[in-house]
Design a protein around this ligand. Sequence first.
Ligand SMILES: [Zn+2]
Ligand SMILES: [Zn+2]
Length: 134
Amino acid sequence: MMQCKNHVERVAIERCTGCAEPFCGDCLVEMHGQKYCGSCKVMALKGGEPIVLEHRTRPSKEADEALKFALIGIFCFGFILEPVALIKAAEARKSIKMDPELTGAGKANAATVIAVVILTLWILGIVAKVSKAG
Ligand SMILES: [Zn+2]
Ligand SMILES: [Zn+2]
């Protein structure tokens, strides 16, 4: 009984055409009628060329949160949530600048715009109430 090279707990069903190592069904991919493991598949696709990894990007968590707070702030607790959104958006922009793999600059900008607009509306609303009361 062969073990999958990637999964010790699994039984290998076949050997990879490229490296002849045993792999389970989840690890093997069929190409041109041959079974390949993950790394050999990429090699086969590129015609044996070394693999150039795609530039990996990941979304900025702060930008996501900034936009979330900004959007929720439109409906409730704007005077609390919009400043939080502004801070998070600023943090997001800073980390995006430092880490080119981070995405979400657009979200951070959107969050800033929304936060500023909603805060302005809140302030205007408070001013209107105060001046009415006065
Ligand atoms: Zn292989
Ligand atoms: Zn496996």
